[in-house]
Design a protein around this ligand. Structure first.
Ligand SMILES: N[C@H](CCC[C@H](N)C(=O)O)C(=O)O
Length: 276
């Protein structure tokens, strides 16, 4: 089977994007893991499959798979790359694109400067829906790990995030604590783990250990979750610049029950094809 694909990234969070409208790729978890391998495959954080929608009044459907082969509900950086992909390949002429994901319907707006704004919907805060193993919703939760008490905030953008406030992202225990929290029993569906340093009420630095991948250069839904947790904890205002290792995102969130808007770049690196 020969597959045509486009390699893209959003602030260094990189993707293999496949037009699954004109192609019918048959990819199981093992094939995705092989393609994701940075030595033996193409190498990517996530695979994005662009498909025809199954719902009315929607332009496309796109499905998201982590490097470990797990299908996930949402990907912020991927959504921006998806929008650039369908425009550049003339699959649509629209600048406002409605796309169906496992998390629901998302609207993407391609701006004149090439950046893309994504309406990420309202964050999900009820613990049983994030999900986390807690009964009462709170701004700060705790769990015990290696004889220490870890404080974190939790929010879902369709996918689960735990956010820890740290003094300095450069020295945060991302490599040591990230994998332990990703698979901690507190998180029935595993979790993405954000390490947030508050620089000002409208500015943070953030590193994310992503579920199913490991640390990435950027995480769009992680930036959203960090802005939400920071605002709920009284540390941040409604508009935040998020400095990630791969670059900056702008997040706007008016508050609980309201939609969150994420704005940032999307880049095409190369077109390719691979025979499986
Ligand atoms: N690893 C995430 C999916 C990709 C999220 C990230 N790449 C983004 O830009 O939001 C998860 O398992 O929920």
């Amino acid at each position: 089977m020969r597959i045509r694909f486009t390699k893209m990234h959003g602030l260094g969070n990189d993707f293999m994007v496949i037009d699954a409208i004109s192609q019918q790729p048959q990819l199981d978890g093992a094939a995705i893991r092989k393609l994701a391998d940075r030595q033996f495959g193409i190498g990517f954080d996530q695979l994005l499959l662009v498909e025809c929608p199954t719902k009315p009044d929607v332009d496309f459907r796109y499905r998201i798979y982590n490097a470990d082969g797990s299908e996930v509900e949402n990907c912020g950086n991927g959504a921006r790359c998806f929008a650039k992909f369908v425009r550049d390949r003339r699959l649509t002429g629209k600048s406002s694109i409605a796309v169906q994901t496992a998390n629901g319907i998302m609207t993407l707006n391609v701006q004149a400067d090439g950046r893309i704004s994504a309406d990420m919907g309202a964050p999900i805060l009820a613990p049983q829906e994030v999900p986390i193993q807690q009964t009462e919703q709170a701004c700060v939760y705790t769990l015990e790990l290696d004889n220490q008490t870890i404080e974190f905030g939790a929010a879902s953008m369709g996918n689960p995030h735990a956010v820890l406030v740290v003094d300095n992202v450069e020295t945060a225990p991302v490599e040591s604590l990230g994998p332990k929290l990703e698979t901690h029993p507190m998180f029935p569906n595993r979790v993405n783990v954000g390490f947030m340093q508050v620089l000002a009420r409208n500015e943070i630095s953030l590193r994310v250990f992503e579920r199913g991948v490991g640390e990435t250069l950027a995480c769009g839904t992680g930036a959203c979750a960090a802005a939400v947790v920071g605002q709920l904890q009284g540390l941040l205002d409604s508009q935040v610049t998020v400095h990630l290792p791969g670059g900056d995102l702008t997040i706007q969130w008016p508050g609980p029950g309201q939609s969150l808007i994420m704005t940032g770049p999307a880049v095409t690196v190369y077109q390719g094809q691979i025979r499986l």
